[in-house]
Design a protein. Structure first.
Length: 298
């Protein structure tokens, strides 16, 4: 059991999960607001705690952690894919013997629904001009997925269900995707072949540079479901000013508010993975991580 557990910002845990936190520590402190992006303020919130929880909106860096010698556990209440893309300095934490846990695959369902919803609206012309001038279906669409992880795979499956022809680019060919009939292609070939491209990449992973946008060409639709842009901005802007469309759910995925005025941008201004069911899944996984570390089952 921890002596003191501090959530340095709202964690999106459902109320029943927040109550369970008291089973893991003698003292639990839950801050109701996000701290400023200041190492000293974050360190002050942590204080003498030996366990810390945080969400994706705060960066927990070395500068804060080195002021908090008691910390031995950090629970990220958000996705953890790689140390490089994390909002915690995992390399420094591990050098101190601090365990860092994160979660995955809690908001993918909402993202899949967003992609299908926007594509249907675009193709059929709901509240807009139809993409082809007259309503059409997803049936027969050539769709390329860049990054066939959990969310990318789910988007591929959903599009395939509606009759799309799926190809994908990933680090390596995936046997389960091959069994479904999905075609593994080099990135440039994928961009040339497909009318719709969905980028489903980890934060700060950039794969689309000027040569890739040249391959992508004109009259294409680009989705980005990651937390940050999958492209270099200058060639992206040049491509965007053609007869193309870009769909992002958040401004962060797009690359900044200065891009919102472009008529070919469709941004929802909301994280489509943050649904009621996603908060349930997030809460279960955060509590399970704490149980695995402490050996306390609640």
């Amino acid at each position: 059991m921890f002596q003191k557990l501090v959530a340095i910002e709202p964690t999106s845990l459902i109320p029943s999960a927040e109550k369970k936190l008291h089973a893991f520590a003698n003292e639990v402190v839950l801050f109701p607001d996000k701290p400023n992006d200041d190492d000293n303020e974050i360190a002050a919130r942590i204080g003498d705690a030996d366990a810390v929880l945080l969400s994706y909106t705060t960066q927990l860096r070395k500068g804060a952690l080195e002021q908090c010698p008691n910390v031995k556990y950090i629970g990220m209440c958000n996705s953890l894919y790689t140390p490089e893309s994390a909002n915690v300095d995992i390399y420094y934490a591990n050098s101190r013997g601090i365990t860092v846990t994160g979660i995955r695959d809690y908001g993918d369902e909402g993202v899949v629904e967003y992609v299908i919803s926007e594509l249907v609206r675009c193709f059929h012309g709901f509240d807009q001009e139809p993409w082809d001038g007259m309503p059409r279906e997803i049936t027969g669409l050539k769709a390329g997925i860049v990054g066939l992880g959990k969310s990318g795979g789910m988007i591929a499956d959903a599009l395939h269900f509606f009759g799309a022809e799926i190809s994908y680019f990933a680090r390596s060919e995936k046997e389960d995707a091959k069994a479904k009939g999905y075609c593994f292609l080099p990135l440039d070939e994928l961009l040339v072949k497909n009318e719709v491209i969905c980028c489903c990449l980890n934060r700060n992973t950039v794969l689309l540079h000027a040569p890739q946008f040249e391959k992508l060409g004109n009259r294409k639709i680009l989705f980005n479901t990651g937390l940050s842009p999958a492209w270099d901005e200058e060639p992206f802007l040049e491509w965007l000013n053609g007869d193309n469309l870009c769909f992002c759910d958040t401004v962060g995925a797009l690359g900044g508010e200065h891009l919102l005025t472009n008529p070919n941008v469709r941004c929802m201004h909301v994280s489509t993975g943050r649904t009621r069911q996603a908060f349930d899944r997030l809460s279960e996984k955060v509590i399970q991580n704490l149980s695995n570390y402490t050996g306390i089952n609640v």
